[in-house]
Design a protein around this ligand. Structure first.
Ligand code: ZN
Length: 685
């Protein structure tokens, strides 16, 4: 290939790659597979390696930055990056509107857009090519973060409009434009401003990966986005999956309104917030504000309010700037996703990797539409940074739909006697030794089975309480997020606690909590079973419950008392006694009761011919399920066995009974039909 041919091919490749980028990031359409796109980029890369002088700054291969920088250079903004006035209520918003209308000769319209919680960045394009990306800084002087911003795929390296004669079929002038609209002013210089942000999915993905590696996770997407842009090593920025949304165009294409500007931004290759809309009445704007607030969890990025800008550019200019804020622009913020509360307790939970995570149990408080009672604390470094202690008053905040975090400890409200929070020296879950691995902030339990045991114990209890819809996955994330630390905590769950977890939406969170609440009442045998005492299975739990009658008596029973229970030997008696001797087990029982669990006495059994007899049930019964049949036998004071032996008193034979029926005949064990069985249970003797 000659150099001329190579140049031609390079130009073509750049154009095709840029087109697919535009389709994906602006139009939200995937028009090529990742693999095919990579393959095109690779071809381009190889050609450029062969002819290095053909590399241009707008080439997609230049997104992966060069060497780490020693420091950021300063950039002076051509036009100050102003800030915005905030309003919080309709009254405040109305008075802003009134001020605008006073200075206006005709009735203005308003352009409303989501207010992204990200990092404001200014992009300067010369002759259509990105030359500088700068942070806001103090509004006049920012930092040069070009190398980093280039790694963000939704930032075009070259503007479409100025390079492609016919960007979209018939797209210029853009949709809804007057044909007379032409490019005016200096074509060499175009500035676009917008927000670098962390897409919710990318943020959660990154945190999941960190968690899996046992590393500390990031709490705040806004700060993390800002931190990612301000990296001297651009390969770190590139790895984060950041995105860009444009909200301001400083170039004259003859646009007369913000709405037109929005369309031009799109045609230049940017993605402005697609939810943005023009309105002309306060009511319509308020409805949009409410709608946005309801939709916020589905937008894919974090928003903390709505920006309202006077749509007509001439009026906007005329309104001017007061201090550092333009008069034609206002941010109508959402109600605070922050609240203060008190830390009741700091607990440590064990994650999948064995890492111990601290969690603050707080007094229930209302944030962002839900009641919360837990806040993540991440690790001991975070505790030290916040200096949070049991008894402290703290500011909680919620970002998106994730579990709330502690923003700040209000030291001045600290009670006189508090203790500095320390990392545990032994695992609070299993009692094993803990270790702090080199170069890591996390503390680990040295028992490799710790997490699984914890999860299994809760799963076991949930089954004994017959709670549906609470599988090992859900229990694992409840544990890992520190929302529960013991099975007793299940009864304290509020929909807001569950809502942030994977696979839970409003309705399913509410359903799970209702389901758990409906299981608060439990029979004594099932409660004993739920405790997960070693060697105590279903039948043993029934035997114990029946013998002692009340929970108090079971807990007080001596070894000798326990040995008196029919069918209980030395081993079982010992493990029951040992269980109730341990303080944390007594506390668990206490917590169950305190959290609203009611243990009801076993029903007084009426004496029937079934009382004291051992049954085997085989085949399908018509009027009741196998489980119901077993329950009926137990309630009548009988026992259920799994296989037929000489000790079996009766075999209940249903439809399609198999080998057990044969066995009964062989051993001469009496058999009962379904009807005979039911009659036996219902007739007192
Ligand atoms: Zn442990």
């Amino acid at each position: 290939m000659t150099k001329t041919e190579a140049k031609h091919r390079i130009d073509q490749l750049k154009e095709v790659i840029a087109e697919h980028r535009y389709n994906y990031h602006v139009l939200d359409k995937a028009t090529i597979s990742d693999a095919a796109l990579d393959s095109l980029k690779h071809e381009l890369y190889k050609l450029e390696q062969e002819y290095p002088d053909l590399i241009t700054p707008d080439s997609p291969t230049q997104r992966v930055g060069g060497k780490p920088l020693p420091k950021f250079e300063k950039v002076t903004h051509k036009r100050s990056m102003l800030s915005m006035e905030d309003v919080f209520t309709r009254e405040e918003f109305e008075s802003w509107i009134a001020r605008v209308q006073k200075l206006s000769t005709s009735l203005p319209t308003y352009f409303c857009m989501p207010k992204l919680d990200g990092l404001a960045v200014s992009l300067v394009y010369k002759n259509g090519v990105l030359v500088t990306a700068a942070t806001r800084g103090d509004g006049n002087v920012g930092e040069d973060v070009t190398q980093n911003v280039k790694t963000i795929e939704s930032v075009p390296l070259r503007l479409r409009l100025l390079t492609t004669p016919n960007p979209r079929k018939g797209a210029w002038p853009p949709r809804g434009f007057t044909p007379s609209l032409k490019r005016r002013g200096d074509p060499q210089y175009i500035e676009v401003r917008g927000e670098v942000y962390f897409p919710v999915k990318a943020f959660e993905k990154m945190n999941k990966e960190l968690e899996r590696e046992g590393k500390p996770t990031f709490a705040n997407p806004r700060n993390t986005a800002a931190g990612s842009v301000r990296q001297l090593d651009s390969s770190i920025t590139a790895s984060r999956g950041l995105a860009f949304i444009a909200w301001d165009l400083d170039a004259d294409f003859g646009q007369e309104t913000m709405e037109e500007e929005w369309k031009i931004l799109e045609d230049l290759g940017f993605r402005p917030a697609p939810e943005s809309k023009r309105f002309d009445s306060i009511d319509a704007i308020e409805n949009y504000w409410k709608w946005l607030q309801e939709k916020r969890d589905q937008l894919g990025y974090w928003v903390d309010g709505m920006v309202v800008r006077v749509n007509e550019n001439d009026l906007y200019e005329k309104l001017g700037v007061v201090g550092k804020t333009p008069r034609g622009l206002v941010a109508w913020k959402f109600p605070a996703e922050e609240a203060t509360t008190k830390v009741k307790e700091i607990q440590w939970t064990v994650g999948r990797t064995g890492a111990l995570t601290p969690v603050a149990v707080v007094e229930p408080t209302w944030i962002g539409g839900t009641t919360v009672q837990h806040a993540s604390l991440h690790n001991i470094d975070e505790i030290e940074r916040l200096d949070v202690r049991e008894g402290d008053t703290v500011i909680l905040y919620k970002a998106g739909d994730i579990i709330p975090k502690i923003k700040e400890t209000i030291i001045k409200l600290r009670p006189t006697q508090t203790q500095k929070t320390k990392a545990p020296t032994s695992c609070p879950v299993c009692g094993s030794k803990v270790e702090r691995r080199e170069k890591e902030v996390a503390i680990y339990c040295t028992n490799p089975k710790c997490f699984v045991q914890d999860r299994e114990a809760i799963l076991h209890a949930a089954r004994a309480f017959a709670i549906d819809g609470l599988g090992p996955q859900t229990i694992a994330s409840l544990l890992e997020n520190g929302i529960i630390t013991s099975p007793a905590d299940l009864f304290l769950l509020k929909p807001g606690d569950v809502l942030g977890l994977e696979g839970f939406a409003d309705l399913s969170a509410k359903k799970l909590v209702e389901q758990i609440q409906s299981r608060k009442s439990i029979s004594l045998p099932n409660f004993i079973l739920a405790l997960g005492i070693r060697n105590v299975g279903e039948q043993t739990a029934i035997d114990i419950a029946r013998h002692f009658g009340t929970l108090e008596r079971v807990m007080m029973a001596t070894l000798d008392d326990l040995m008196e229970v029919e069918g209980i030997g030395d081993v079982v008696a010992r493990s029951v006694r040992e269980y109730f001797d341990q303080e944390h087990n007594q506390k668990l029982v206490e917590h169950f009761l305190k959290n609203g669990v009611e243990v009801h006495k076993p029903m007084t059994t009426k004496k029937t011919s079934a009382t004291g007899k051992t049954f085997v049930v085989t085949g399908t019964l018509e009027s009741l399920s196998r489980d119901d049949a077993k329950e009926a036998i137990r309630r009548a004071g009988g026992k259920v066995a799994g296989s037929v032996s000489k000790k079996t008193d009766f075999v209940v034979v249903g439809e399609n009974s198999g080998s057990k029926f044969e066995e009964a005949k062989k051993l001469g064990v009496p058999t009962l039909s379904e009807k005979e069985f039911i009659d036996m249970l219902s007739a007192s003797i």
